[in-house]
Design a protein around this ligand. Sequence first.
Ligand code: HPA
Length: 298
Amino acid sequence: MRATPGAAGERGRDFLLGREIPPADQPALLAALERAVRERTDLRPRVGLVLGSGLGGLADALELEASIPFEELPGWPDATAPGHAGKLLFGRLSGVPVVVQQGRFHLYEGHSAGFVVQPVLLMGRLGAWAVVLTNAAGGVNPEFGAGTLMAITDHLNLTGRSPLVGPNAPEIGTRFPDMTAVWDVDLRLRLHAAAEAERVALADGVYACLMGPSYETPAEVRMLARLGADAVGMSTALEAAAARWAGLKVCGVSLVTNPGAGLSGAQLSHAEVLAAAELAGPLLASVLARFIGELDPQ
Ligand code: HPA
């Protein structure tokens, strides 16, 4: 399956789209990615930051050292979702060396679970000890209107997919990784401290990840509420699980761009999601810049 009809045969497009990548294949693929990055920059990131839909502006605060378009990395396509820029940025945020994924890969584009998580695994391989995952999400909790920022306390992976299926790579992580504490409590408390200092309201909640690309039906949103979700989106959970498997610390924030389907009577559109993300994005950027600047060196 191809996400970009007619693109078959174009340079770099007939890569791995949809090809399953078992964990055992990741080390060699990550080694090639690491070599490609090292041809462009020596920067050793301490933290990795993944920017979700409409949140690419968070990169503006970066003192940029290198910018690598996804398609210049082995096996990577350009990011195809509108609102996703498709670059790996290296630089300093509040003085801390970071790598920023501006735009991400999604299952709904036809990518395999193993491919979706390669960026976070690469971040770890390049030196990051923690990753910060951001996304745009629909509000499932009726109290979470557009503009709500929610620190992620836990997730529901409802995609039916896992990046950890297939022969394992024990040099990266264990076969049966513990998922009791995917979302690091200490990092989340630090996110709250940064938000308080920036006078930005930050809620807590559970993120449910569905495959998309359709938004949910109202019945699905009611189901998600009964399952314990506070927000819903189409990313993040696989990356979080893979990062944890690889021994990285994980934290994240959802920016609620709309009440979930059926909660407001309005229909959902990607344009509205992007507009709402751009509106609240600067607040999240100020929280993350402070959060990263105040992290202890590890
Ligand atoms: N559902 C799923 N993903 C989303 C939504 C939503 O309502 N809003 C932004 N991303």
